[in-house]
Design a protein around this ligand. Structure first.
Ligand code: ATP
Ligand code: MG
Length: 449
């Protein structure tokens, strides 16, 4: 795509030594050395040092948007900066135009890390997102999305967009946002689940990247009220096919992300992902591992505890060289109504979670595809089948054996990068206390004139 007339991207200046160029970007840092002034200027391709002569630029400050005309020079050998791709060159300029002036920043953005408390990081989100290391999080996230899309397409899935205004709660429980819908009540969808299932008889295999809303009443480091799910649903499959499918997508997606963003990942100092053979355990087997290896008897619990998830991943890494573990067969009563009970032992279901580096990043199951069984399951849970009329139509008129799975994008991003809090992995996170601005008390954010 054509950029602003005559503009050269900063990274391309490497090919223009000795030539005149025009660059556009944001001032990162200004260093004054007597009459000469040094700037670090960044654009979407990279960062470069600019030497300003002729007394220009003395009133420049970080985030000023500038257009600079000058000559690309090779730096003297002892001045080469090995840490950046443009470290062997600099631009000498005496001609500078300020395209937009920035106000004084509320904190220093010039360091390698942006050392702020989480509330401040989020209060000034449109600004803090510009910091190279914060920006990198969402480049990695974009690569994860790209990896997911490629992996889902390779499975033969068609991309669909599901509605998020819905008539009922899909995942059960109280964690659903009610909305005023004219003179009616409606809800924000907790997942694209029902719609992806309804499209199985249409396309057989579908995927979607969808917003999901959960009125999570607690504040944790891994829950948002608005999250992004990456979902797949496939017809004509059996349980083992689904396990192969989810592990295949997880592996392909993260290999692509790691490859596309290897430079950014290096900045975070995280280990390369361990892709050894992924161990598969039933919930009961997983709880036996916890008892035997970690001395905690949780064998009667309906789910893994957060500590179990952490320990199981430690075990998988040590014993199987895998950052992933697949856990199957959760109790039927702990799973949503559409989950298929194991015909061999109906107390347990054909469900699964994928754990990655200590947390659940995915859930899924084989689904009930028999109309009557589905109707019974809805009634058994005290729900009204009338609220699921359109969904049930899909089953009434022929539904193949099917199943699927759902990744949480922000959870995956968080653990690929080793971030401490899921809020760091959402561009504009929503939680109990925040919808951009703080909802509680008088917001501490000072708007600058
Ligand atoms: P958890 O038990 O961790 O609260 P869940 O089992 O309720 O999650 P699912 O309904 O299985 O969540 O959703 C599929 C995936 O979406 C999860 O594995 C997780 O990665 C992600 N996810 C679910 N709820 C949230 C949330 N509130 N915030 C961020 N991600 C979420
Ligand atoms: Mg789950």
């Amino acid at each position: 795509m054509q950029d602003m007339q005559n503009r050269t991207l900063i990274l391309d200046c490497k090919e223009k030594i000795g030539q005149d160029v025009v660059i556009c970007g944001f001032v990162q840092v200004r260093r004054d050395h007597g009459k000469i002034l040094f700037l670090d200027v960044a654009d979407r391709s990279g960062i470069i040092q600019v030497v300003l002569g002729g007394g220009k630029g003395t009133d420049l400050r970080p985030q000023d948007v500038v257009k600079i005309s000058g000559k690309v020079n090779k730096r003297p050998e002892h001045m080469v900066n090995k840490n950046i791709p443009t470290g062997e060159i600099e631009i000498y300029s005496e001609k500078l135009e300020v395209l937009s002036k920035a106000q004084e920043l509320p904190f220093d953005m010039g360091g390698k890390d942006l050392d702020l408390q989480l509330p401040t990081l989020l209060d000034f989100r449109s600004l803090t997102l510009r910091h190279p290391k914060v920006k990198a999080i969402f480049k990695v996230q974009a690569a994860i999305l790209d990896g997911f899309r490629k992996a889902a397409k390779d499975l033969g899935c068609t991309e669909i967009i599901a509605p998020t205004i819905v008539a009922g709660a899909t995942e059960g429980g109280a964690e659903v946002f009610k909305i005023d819908y004219f003179e009616h009540k409606a809800y924000l969808s907790q997942s694209p689940q029902l719609y992806k299932q309804m499209l199985v008889p249409v396309y057989e295999r579908v995927f979607t990247i969808a917003k999901a809303y959960r009125a999570e009443p607690s504040v944790t480091t891994r829950h948002l009220t608005e999250a992004t799910q990456m979902d797949v649903e496939m017809g004509f499959v059996e349980f083992e096919d689904l396990l192969d499918g989810l592990e295949g997508v997880a592996t392909k997606m993260l290999k692509i992300a790691e490859e596309e963003q290897s430079e950014d990942l290096k900045e975070f100092g995280v280990e390369k992902i361990a892709f050894g053979g992924i161990p598969r355990l039933t919930l009961r087997e997983a709880q036996e591992v916890i008892k035997k290896e970690f001395g905690r008897d949780n064998t009667k619990e309906k789910d893994l505890t957060p500590q179990d998830e952490t320990d199981l991943c430690k075990w998988a890494l040590l014993k199987h060289k895998s950052d992933f573990v697949t856990v199957t067969h959760f109790p039927t009563s702990a799973k949503p109504f559409y989950t298929k009970p194991d015909p061999k032992d109906p107390e347990y279901s054909l469900s699964y979670d994928l754990l990655f580096r200590g947390v659940e990043i995915l859930s899924g199951s084989q689904r009930i595809n028999d109309y009557q069984q589905l109707l019974d399951s809805i009634k058994k849970r005290g729900m009204n089948p009338e609220n699921f009329e359109m969904y049930l139509q899909a089953f009434k008129y022929g539904m193949p054996p099917e199943g699927g799975f759902s990744f949480g994008l922000e959870r995956v991003t968080m653990h690929v990068l080793g971030l401490a809090n899921i809020r760091q992995a959402s561009l504009f996170p929503r939680d109990m206390e925040r919808v951009d601005i703080r909802l509680t008390q008088n917001s501490k954010l000072k708007t600058q004139k």
